[in-house]
Ligand binder design. Structure first.
Ligand code: F6P
Length: 482
């Protein structure tokens, strides 16, 4: 049973995200429990929150359950309840069937429903109220991601004393795409309630600024958006802060003898092929898993790879399983994997080891160490922390990262083998080149990649964001005159 904290406790630092770092996980016999929740957001923010004396406001991942605030692993958790209808309309609907496909360049068609929008507004208000209750006078509230874009404005209206940051973990699309959104003005207005709006890539910040100019006509100067407020102008900073990982933590994990032994065991379990290729993704249509499987299948078909010298491990962690596009994707991927294994596997060598599970960090580090080639072939991705985790784990300066230019990580990880995953021939050539790359070149590239990931880790990312936030908030009207 977790330690309860007092519902009236207030904090100087509050993180607000759709999902808490832990999901409620009840055993079949009714025993309550909590497990780490999926996705890059939690991976990135957990270490920061453990260091700060802050509270984390978010949803516990189950319907119609109210939980009192509690402490988990050094973090104060403030759960926000969602009803079954709200999960369907706000989370599965507006967040993941409207905004998600729209912001990922309409890879899947977005659905627009007015009822979903109403639920989005209602739930954003509930999160804003919970955050306002948890925030001390003058506190910093850092709102995360596309599910909560209206929270900054709602917070500013009720709590002008707060310093408000927002970080968008996913891409922000070009105006030609964004402008489809029937509520495009309200979303921009919601975001502009923040003092600083962070994006993954420079291009995302540029797209946002263009949307502000087109929809509101506000002036933008460099990273600053000038938001008229009465006779005054409020400065909002909108710029990129590429998110990262706890690089040191991953390296430490990978150096552990038990993790290295596990990596060896994984390779043996696969029949010790010459090349182990690895894909690790949430099972999401943005990740380019189909393209990767197609390329791998054709390489086997054409005899450029054979199952005795190359094996693909595909970890696809379950995600948003009640959203139709995700169900269809799972069926397609499992059909493809089944076909390829049927066509090319032998008794001693399986073409594809497909794992529909999430794994703890130790197992991930072992998989990274076991993989000669890491395949990140996203069609569109805010950042992709898997790419950075792979690099951080490879203290042996070996392994090749094949990375999509459509993932945010491509801006920083220039020494990877960059690919356009839509170009199947190009992807196939890159996979073969990665498998055949000489040791010296692998080491040269990996050294450069590691330098970047170590230098700009998640602590730097959050420090950078929070310093910019404090800096900007002190010169805003009202605060400046105090
Ligand atoms: O950043 C992408 C993101 O949607 C995060 O907000 C979230 O934590 C993660 O992916 C997993 O998605 P979900 O919470 O929908 O399972």
């Amino acid at each position: 049973q977790p330690d309860q904290t007092h519902p009236d406790d207030v904090y100087s630092m509050v993180i607000v995200s759709n999902r808490l770092p832990v999901d409620y996980d009840e055993q079949p016999d009714g025993t309550p429990g909590w497990k780490t929740s999926p996705g890059g957001l939690v991976t990135a923010l957990e270490p920061i929150m453990r260091a700060a004396d802050g509270a984390w406001v978010g949803w516990a991942g189950v319907a119609d359950r109210e939980f009192a605030p509690f402490e988990n692993d050094g973090i104060s958790i403030v759960p926000v309840p969602l009803s079954e209808d709200e999960i369907q309309e706000y989370y599965e609907g507006f967040s993941n069937d409207t905004l998600w496909p729209l912001y990922h360049d309409v890879i899947a068609p977005p659905t627009y429903h007015r009822e979903w929008w109403d639920a989005y507004v209602r739930v954003n208000r509930r999160f804003a109220e919970a955050a306002a209750r948890a925030a001390d006078e003058g506190a910093t509230v850092w709102v995360q991601d596309y599910q909560l874009q209206l929270v900054p404005k709602m917070l500013r209206e009720t709590r002008p004393d707060l310093v408000i940051g927002f970080f968008n973990h996913i891409p922000f699309p070009a105006y030609g795409i964004y402008s489809q959104l029937p509520w495009r003005r309200q979303v921009i207005e919601g975001l502009l309630g923040a003092d600083v709006i962070g994006f993954q890539r420079q291009a995302d910040a540029g797209n946002f600024q263009r949307a502000v100019r087109r929809l509101y006509g506000y002036t933008t100067r460099g990273a600053v958006v000038e938001v008229p407020e009465g006779d005054d102008v409020r400065r909002v900073i909108a710029r990129h802060f590429p998110i990262s990982i706890d690089a040191e933590g991953f390296e430490q994990l990978a150096r552990r003898p038990d993790v290295q032994a596990r990596a060896k065991e994984i390779r043996e379990g696969l029949g010790n092929p010459k090349t182990v290729m690895l894909g690790v993704d949430r099972l999401d249509y943005t990740k380019g898993i189909r393209h990767r499987l197609k390329a791998f299948g054709e390489l086997l078909r054409d005899g450029r790879l054979s199952v005795s010298d190359a094996s693909l491990v595909q970890v696809a962690s379950p995600s948003r399983e009640r959203v139709e596009t995700y169900r269809q994707l799972r069926d397609e991927i499992e059909l493809t994997v089944g076909r390829l294994n049927g066509d090319y596997s032998t008794i001693s060598h399986q073409a594809i080891a497909y794992l529909h599970h999430g794994y703890p960090r130790e197992e991930m580090a072992a998989l990274y160490l076991a993989a000669d080639v890491m395949l990140v072939t996203a069609l569109r991705d805010g950042m992709n922390l898997v790419a950075k985790e792979y690099v951080a784990s490879r203290f042996d300066e070996d392994g090749v990262l094949v990375l999509s230019e459509f993932a945010g990580a491509a801006d920083e990880l220039r020494q990877s083998v960059l690919v356009n995953p839509h170009d199947i021939e190009g992807l196939k050539d890159a996979m073969v080149a990665a498998a055949e790359m000489p040791r010296k070149e692998r080491a040269r590239r990996m050294r450069a990649l590691r330098r970047r990931v170590r230098d700009y880790d998640v602590a730097r990312w959050s420090a950078d964001f929070l310093e910019t936030l404090t800096g900007n908030a002190t010169i805003r009207p009202g605060v400046r005159d105090d």
